[in-house]
Write a protein that binds this ligand. Sequence first.
Ligand code: NAG
Ligand code: NAG
Ligand code: NAG
Ligand code: NAG
Ligand code: NAG
Ligand code: NAG
Ligand code: NAG
Ligand code: NAG
Length: 644
Amino acid sequence: MVSFTFNSLILSASLAVATIATFSTAAPAVPIHRSKAGSDACGRLGSKSVRNIKYKDVADCYKAIPINRNITATTISAVHDLFRDYYVFTDSALTPQVSAPFASEPVDILKELTTIGGRKYTSDYQFHTDVRHAVDTLRDGHASYDVNCYTNYGFEQNLTLYAPVMDGVQTLRVYKDNAKRGYEDCIVYKIDGNPALAHIRAWATKRGYDVEKEAFLDESGEFAYQSYLPDKGYIDYELHCSNKRPSGPIRLREEWNVYPQTEIAFKDVKSYVANVCMMAEDETESAPQGRSRPHRRNLAIPIKKRDLENDDDVTATAVGAPRRLVQEFRDAEKLVSGNATVFYHLKSQPDTGVMVVYTFDAEDEEVNIVLKGLTAFHNRNVTKILVDFQGNGGGLISLSSNLVQMLFPNKQPRDASYEADLRVNKSVQKAAAVGFMTDDGGYSTYNANEYYDLQTTGPASRYNNNDLFAKPVNITRNGRATLYSEKTAMYFDPLSTKIVKALAKFPWTGRRENIRILTDGRCGSACGMASYFWTTTHGVEAYSIGGTKGEDLSMFSFSGASVITLKDVHNTYAGLNLTSPLEELAYKNEVRFSWLELYGKNRTTPLEYDAELYRPRHRLDYTRENARSREVMWKEVVAAAWKK
Ligand SMILES: *[C@@H]1O[C@H](CO)[C@@H](O)[C@H](O)[C@H]1NC(C)=O
Ligand SMILES: *[C@@H]1O[C@H](CO)[C@@H](O)[C@H](O)[C@H]1NC(C)=O
Ligand SMILES: *[C@@H]1O[C@H](CO)[C@@H](O)[C@H](O)[C@H]1NC(C)=O
Ligand SMILES: *[C@@H]1O[C@H](CO)[C@@H](O)[C@H](O)[C@H]1NC(C)=O
Ligand SMILES: *[C@@H]1O[C@H](CO)[C@@H](O)[C@H](O)[C@H]1NC(C)=O
Ligand SMILES: *[C@@H]1O[C@H](CO)[C@@H](O)[C@H](O)[C@H]1NC(C)=O
Ligand SMILES: *[C@@H]1O[C@H](CO)[C@@H](O)[C@H](O)[C@H]1NC(C)=O
Ligand SMILES: *[C@@H]1O[C@H](CO)[C@@H](O)[C@H](O)[C@H]1NC(C)=O
């Protein structure tokens, strides 16, 4: 199936399948003498047993880490140059007024980083926090700045929230009370003294993410689970509960549950910096990019044993491989399940099958499971398919392209391929000159032969020279002129004729009227890619659920498919025996960025900024019922989609 290994390695993703460790019974990492621990903030933290760690312990340790101006100087220089010369949206991010359903401010990331570089910081923690916030303002799901030093603990609230619409009114409510006090569905009237819904929206906007991305569903959501030190040690809630006596407001001051994310031992500030923060000698080089990249923090989910019983969501062992449990439903029969998909037959709507695609972080061989599932539907006389993309944060774009073709086999070879271009710079050209047709240890980022030449005849001819990088075009965006490659293509092989033949007998194949998709704000990256192709190229109608009632909502939060890291850039140059033009960071890090930009068919604005292509045909609101049962939600979509 996969003849093109390069693409199959491209992660589009922010993999939603997070692995968050919960070492709840572990002993203190390093037992140390009390009086010695007492005088050193990280010593106190390191000596505590895991279940006794409080917000303040982590805050004190983080804030005790001394600033090293050499480290901050090289950090800001590397990150600045990365965003100046390699990040593909540096100029697009200056767009003054993006159109609905987007609503982001213009960002001059280079100016931001320069400003940070010019400040005289006294706190190392504050410096790295400011860099992270600056990158987050780009609102690019593929751009992030994380240093292990300050992600060593995760923070979770016992209350998780959602915003259902009831009798036409949207209110913030408690989705789940993990402390089992029975606050489910109490109205959250205020948070930290502010009107609750407005507070959540302001928080999400400040974080650089749209409130639409907030899930409020099974996962804790980014508000209730934070992988960075929250601003303060608690959140104040004012609840109104109709089922509680007396029914007056209930005021809660909820502290954070703290979960260590590694088992790395340390006994004081010095060893915390050496063991947790600093890059070890042998860590400066890592394996070529593959499937098992660490997850992106914003989709991190704390996993607890008690959740395993009835959730259909992610489960994980400490730092182990993510695994999903499949939920059983009373009115939906599970026919087939694989590593990314589950096929349900709706008992009350026997002509309808639901294909849940909860991730693209699986092998390309998953298409065989998809074929098996679709065949099972066909054997049940199913004629209509609902695709459920909720919570799908991406994965392999090759699998995404294959899935698109499983319902709409390509008529032209490139029907499920994007046009794309990338940044070209002197330093990129230097790598490309050596990289053409060379094996650089698996990266191939700058090997033109791995890209498709749209100028030559034939729909799928790879570049057989280095023109892609040697002959760039000068594009001016928002007043800045920058060099890009000419348009190339992300090419994916069409399905095998054997599969296409099997698909041909299904009554829904190639028929948009028999297919609907259901998305939420968490559908991103490779999920955005499949949503785009099905809706725009094939005219399938999408239902998007969540967001703020009465306001625009996009059907996916960002499109596939391009993410590499600073480390990948270093490794590319190293693989070519060239010196990387970017400095190495002293801290262990995960600095991600988009390196190519994609375009919708016949469009000139990059898809990331082409707001119109994100608008779903239909909107749905969460209710108390559908938020807690996908089965209820599926029936609502099916009833609305195929009205008799
Ligand atoms: C910073 O770098 C300079 C020059 O390389 C070196 O002399 C100095 O010791 C370094 N300071 C720290 C705190 O690492
Ligand atoms: C959250 O709830 C659990 C279960 O009741 C409880 O053990 C824990 O202390 C609570 N956490 C906080 C921070 O109050
Ligand atoms: C699903 O994952 C398992 C475990 O990684 C693997 O052995 C199996 O081949 C995968 N199945 C498919 C269809 O890719
Ligand atoms: C599917 O339809 C065929 C033809 O109407 C019928 O013979 C068969 O029993 C149906 N199968 C199922 C599982 O309902
Ligand atoms: C990349 O090109 C820009 C101008 O196009 C230049 O200012 C910058 O120094 C170049 N960077 C490298 C590393 O060559
Ligand atoms: C790109 O075009 C701009 C304006 O047309 C010009 O100022 C700039 O020098 C050009 N850059 C390159 C690298 O050719
Ligand atoms: C880099 O150097 C190594 C060792 O000398 C050599 O084996 C390899 O072929 C070189 N790679 C490239 C791309 O020149
Ligand atoms: C793109 O343009 C071509 C030629 O004008 C047209 O045939 C095709 O339908 C367009 N495709 C889309 C998706 O708009």
